[in-house]
Design a protein around this ligand. Structure first.
Ligand SMILES: *Cc1c(COP(=O)(O)O)cnc(C)c1O
Length: 352
């Protein structure tokens, strides 16, 4: 059945083991593997877990609920919705937080369930997504969290290169470590974890620029696609071909490349800009924008080029007449493409 995303199990496990070793060698004693792009697809998450990891992380509590049978810690990456506090406590061991009101709700939910819930308090070091702004006062919030009887403050963290594109460097991560030391000193406690970001922090490994004290990372893309995300460089030894999309040809015709008639809007309300390249061999594949934004796909068959498409169709130019209707073409998705494909219920998933 097509379209289908094929996940190479051995390469996935191999990348997981490599990431464990790479992070350990760089002072990261605790690693959380962020699997949100897999949209809860259990067989792949189970394979990652089988590589001997400590902690699975996801941005949706609904996914963590699916992973309950897996014998690892579960962490929620998106700040909890107040309305889901009780679910968060039930299905996550710890979560990232920046709102004291939400932490109060988590404390209450944990009390009701007779549990403890861990918190990493998030600081915004300049990327301007989640976290307490690093120049703001935070000691009152820490004071209140420490007084809660069902919450454990397990550390502080930051997230970079997500909204503002700010790259982790020695300076912004050192500022995070300084905040941790201030908290430890002020309250005479030890913070077990200082969480220095996501796949964009991996680029600092090369130059040994991770400041002393950063001992936790939350890694998704670097492991799954084999590249760091500050500059998009390939990671040596990692597989960049874990995921392959296959789609089937449903039409094959020689046609002009330029439409005939007066041009208005296409099916997505845009006025198309189309280059006239004369007659071409055009193929239509049974996959469309309802499944994936088409320019997130890289054709793997030599000479095949993306032309465009609509909700349910992808039009390609074919290099020769060796193709027939029913043939299957392969594509490599980038990270946003993978997220869309894994989320589409029309795309079959297969781990093999
Ligand atoms: C998605 C996410 C990560 C992982 O990001 P990658 O770029 O896939 O490594 C880490 N932390 C938070 C808070 C996230 O939302």
């Amino acid at each position: 059945m097509y379209p289908k995303i094929i996940i190479d199990k051995n390469k996935l496990i191999d990348n997981t083991i490599r990431m464990k070793h790479l992070t350990e060698a760089n002072g990261i004693s605790y690693l959380s593997l962020v699997v949100k792009v897999l949209a809860g697809y259990f067989p792949a998450v189970e394979a990652i877990t089988s590589a001997g990891i400590e902690c699975l992380a996801d941005s949706r509590i609904e996914n963590l609920k699916k992973f309950q049978s897996l014998p690892v810690k579960k962490a929620l990456m998106r700040l909890p919705m107040p309305s889901q506090a009780s679910m968060v406590v039930r299905y996550a061991d710890w979560s990232l937080n920046s709102e004291i009101n939400t932490v109060r709700k988590l404390n209450n939910a944990a009390k009701n369930q007779g549990k403890r819930h861990g918190i990493i308090l998030m600081f915004d070091m300049g990327d301007l997504r989640e976290g307490i702004f690093y120049q703001d006062d935070y000691l009152d919030i820490v004071d209140e969290i420490l007084a809660m009887d069902h919450i454990d403050l397990i550390g502080i963290g930051t997230n970079l290169t997500c909204y503002g594109g700010v790259i982790p460097d020695h300076e912004n991560l050192s500022n995070l470590v300084k905040i941790a030391h201030t908290i430890e000193h002020e309250f005479d406690i030890e913070l077990p974890l200082i969480s220095g970001g996501n796949s964009s922090t991996v680029h600092l490994f090369d130059t040994h620029q991770i400041p002393e004290g950063i001992n936790h990372l939350r890694i998704g893309e670097a492991l799954l696609l084999g590249r760091e995300t500050a500059y998009g460089k390939a990671l040596e030894g990692f597989h960049d071909d874990v995921f392959t999309l296959q789609a089937q040809l449903i039409e094959l015709k020689e046609k002009p490349s330029y439409p005939i008639g007066k041009i208005g809007m296409n099916s997505f309300g845009e006025i198309p800009i189309i280059q006239d390249k004369g007659w071409m061999r055009r193929g239509i594949l049974a996959i469309g924008k309802q499944d994936v934004q088409l320019d997130n796909l890289l054709p793997l068959d030599l000479g095949v080029e993306l032309i465009g498409g609509s909700s349910d169709h992808l039009i390609v130019e074919l290099p020769n007449d060796s193709y027939k209707v029913g043939d299957v073409l392969s594509f490599r998705p980038n990270y946003p493409g993978l997220l869309q494909l894994m989320t589409s219920s029309y795309v079959k998933k297969e781990l093999r």
